[in-house]
Design a binder for this molecule. Structure first.
Ligand code: GLN
Length: 232
């Protein structure tokens, strides 16, 4: 959901443009992942219902996913995929979805659905743009992607968005996030490529991507946060 699959297309193209062939595997069952291992993985978002199914399906993979992250594998986990790295996600109806418990944090749904254009000022990745659409509010003490300029991010209190641990990025940014934020895309590819080959990644000409990012940033950087109720 939410177009997160577009991140895979972006990663594939940014590798192809460098002559790097990227083998992409869609993991439908844990044994698929166990067989191949990986240099980079992405878990996208989903509604609460899908999330509860995915949480159960991913349970047998927790040990592998934790070791990949600790071993410096690049990872992009988005919204629901970000939430279930933690211990639990308490949905609006009070039901607690068990997370993978890979990092000690939690998510709790609030009254309002947090749905708006999300702009983040990141020391490492510059101006980061996208949109967010989540009920869950996430609380942790890890490094974040940066400061929220418009929107909500992790929750309505901290003014911060995302999580950054080793080469794992957790984020509420849909969009998909990577095409309009090439520095994040290349961070994930660079860490995977260096870890696998020991070679440096060649830069790309990101003129179009940066212009797109700037256009979105300028369009929303002065807009007020908008708060929607779930009824909207
Ligand atoms: N179902 C979760 C929530 O509402 C995640 C939503 C998403 O992945 N966009 O917070």
């Amino acid at each position: 959901m939410y177009g997160d699959r577009g991140n895979i297309i972006c990663l594939k193209k940014r590798c192809e443009w460098r002559g790097i062939s990227l083998l992409i595997e869609e993991i439908k069952k844990p044994e698929d992942a166990r067989k191949t291992g990986c240099d980079l993985f992405m878990i996208g978002g989903g509604s609460d219902r899908e999330q509860s199914i995915a949480t159960t399906r991913l349970d047998p993979l927790v040990k592998e996913i934790k070791s990949w992250i600790e071993d410096g594998v690049s990872a992009l986990t988005i919204c629901g995929g970000y939430q279930f790295l933690g211990d639990y996600y308490e949905m609006k109806n009070g039901e607690k979805l068990k997370g993978m418990g890979i990092l000690p944090f939690y998510t709790k749904a609030g009254v309002n659905r947090l749905m708006t254009n999300l702009l983040v000022e990141s020391e490492q990745f510059g101006n980061v743009v996208g949109f967010e659409n989540h009920g869950g509010k996430t609380y942790h003490n890890y490094a974040t992607l940066g400061k929220v300029i418009n929107g909500y991010g992790n929750n309505e209190e901290s003014g911060e968005e995302g999580l950054h641990y080793h080469h794992l990025i957790g984020t509420y940014l849909h969009g998909p996030i990577l095409p309009k934020n090439p520095r994040i895309a290349d961070y994930l590819i660079e860490k995977a490529y260096e870890r696998k080959t020991g070679r440096m990644l060649e830069p790309l000409n990101d003129e179009i991507e940066n212009k797109t990012n700037q256009t979105v940033w300028e369009r929303f950087r002065h807009s007020k946060r908008t708060k929607y109720t779930n009824e909207a």
